[in-house]
Write a protein that binds this ligand. Sequence first.
Ligand SMILES: Nc1ncnc2c1ncn2[C@@H]1O[C@H](COP(=O)(O)OP(=O)(O)O)[C@@H](O)[C@H]1O
Ligand SMILES: [Mg+2]
Length: 320
Amino acid sequence: MSEKVVGLLVGREDTFPKPFLEVVDRKGGPHGVRAEMVLFGGAKLDEEPRYSVIVDRISHEVPYYRAHLKGEVLKGTVVVNDPFWWEADEKYFECVLARRLGVAVPKTVVLPNKSYISDINELSLRNLRYPLDWDGIIEYIGLPAILKPNTGGGWKDVFRVDSKEELLWAYDQTGSAAFGYRPKTMILQEFIKWQDYVRCICIGRTHVYPMRYDPTAPFHERYVIDRPIEGELRERAVHDATALVDALGYDMDTVEFAVRDGTLYAIDFLNPAPDFDSFSIKDEAFAWVLDRMSDLVIDYALGRARPPWRGEHRWWRFAR
Ligand SMILES: Nc1ncnc2c1ncn2[C@@H]1O[C@H](COP(=O)(O)OP(=O)(O)O)[C@@H](O)[C@H]1O
Ligand SMILES: [Mg+2]
């Protein structure tokens, strides 16, 4: 029996890696599966892939990892999550998809960038409506509203705006030097004045762990454990979160809902490297994550499960 290696790619997080590697070794060992931290650097075309499975928690920040991972996929490694889809995914697209799935989302508009790299001039932009119909956009979305990046995370550059003036001020910031040389594409979203808030950790597209969440608390106190999500709210959160991760093909994700007048609005479900830190999600959820994640990668390593995106790209015909 040839040994199967599961690799882990991580960023700064420190509580998840060691226990994850240990649990995969413990459960996978008898089946010839073991786990280690990935070591990458200078991928060569002819190199044989070392890993049967790679859990990728950081390629959104380290572009070289993503480039390397794309090659590994073609060479036969199962990468969680699909680096091709993760790179393509955006919040506006996801909102359109949610509507198709019957999952409620806030009214959303995607906006042209505020500014461009210096080589772009009026000729390059002649297909853009200018000025934008801000009054029409505000009439559709309503106020207050949320202006946030179409791709992003960690609450970076998320603005709540209460008036047209605040909106235009915030939009202008997205073209400023503070945004670096690649101004972000932003979406404007109806602000959901929620009475309750639910965050679901989703693994393997079928396992969902809903938790009450307080977005107004400091980061490490946001997951609320003494008031579990129960009954119909739980059922609906699980149902809608499953519909979203199944459609998106994410094997790890978190899906966040703001609950207003009994309706669950999906707010953020583009979290393909979800927070797994034990101090954040707390002990019970952390144990659940270790259990589900280890089962997932062991099943992939042993060929007992097939990644959702296998066969989805034209080039799959040439994959190993
Ligand atoms: N449409 C909205 N209505 C109400 N609150 C929102 C809305 N969009 C974002 N928020 C709040 O802002 C936070 C950050 O937005 P989010 O879309 O999760 O950005 P990020 O991808 O940076 O995490 C959310 O957790 C939520 O509390
Ligand atoms: Mg978020």
